[in-house]
Write a protein that binds this ligand. Structure first.
Ligand code: HEC
Length: 177
């Protein structure tokens, strides 16, 4: 029994030493142009979904998807999201092309089928280990719901909101200095 315990302790100590050595030797990929290993992707995604399932029941959308709210959502998207998630042409910005964890281009790879509470949670808290920021402290709850509804209705926008969405300049355009 005691040998078995020593075996476990030795193995754990060896694994820990190998990780620490890997960190000091720079053997762990540190650049953003590396591909995320499967284990890392699995751990990040599984814990994200578990956290959302546990916490998103607390949210309740107080707004209706009116023209005004969807137009406001499109404009907020242009100001805060387009640089990473692109606009209606579905093209990535220079910045977005360099991410370690790629940001989905929401015009073509949208989240219309996701429950509203799940999208709201992501906007409120952001997504750890990725470039997705937490907007809970910078935008109001009303603005977050407007964005959430805009994303949820992207494939069936009423004319006013569709016009506001199509008017957003391509994310590939470099802003004037
Ligand atoms: C600096 C870059 C950046 C900005 C700005 C940004 N995001 Fe993200 N976003 C990301 C990245 C990267 C991911 C992918 C994270 C992942 O896959 O784990 C992401 C993921 C998401 C997702 C989840 C997509 C899915 O398929 O599950 C949603 C929804 C989202 N962002 C909405 C927004 C909205 C709305 C805004 C603006 C208020 C915004 N993002 C601003 C980088 C950004």
């Amino acid at each position: 029994m005691i040998r078995f315990l020593y075996g476990i302790i030795f193995t754990l100590a060896f694994a820990l030493a190998a990780i620490v050595a890997g960190v000091y030797l720079g053997a762990l990929p540190a650049g953003a142009d590396a591909k995320a290993p499967g284990l890392e992707r699995w751990a990040a995604r599984t814990s994200l979904h578990a956290a959302i399932d546990r916490e998103d029941v607390a949210y309740k959308n107080p707004l209706q998807p009116t023209d005004d709210n969807l137009v406001a959502g499109a404009n907020l998207y242009g100001a805060h999201c387009a640089v990473c998630h692109g606009t209606s042409d579905g093209k990535a910005s220079t910045l977005a092309k360099g991410f370690y964890i790629k940001a989905p281009l929401l015009a073509t790879d949208g989240v219309e089928d996701d429950p509203e509470n799940e999208t709201y949670w992501k906007l409120d808290h952001g997504i750890r280990f990725s470039a997705m920021p937490a907007f809970g402290k910078t935008l109001t709850s009303e603005q977050l719901w407007q964005l959430t509804m805009f994303l949820g209705h992207m494939d069936e926008l009423p004319p006013a909101a569709d016009a506001a969405w199509k008017k957003l300049p391509s994310a590939t355009v470099t802003p004037a200095p």
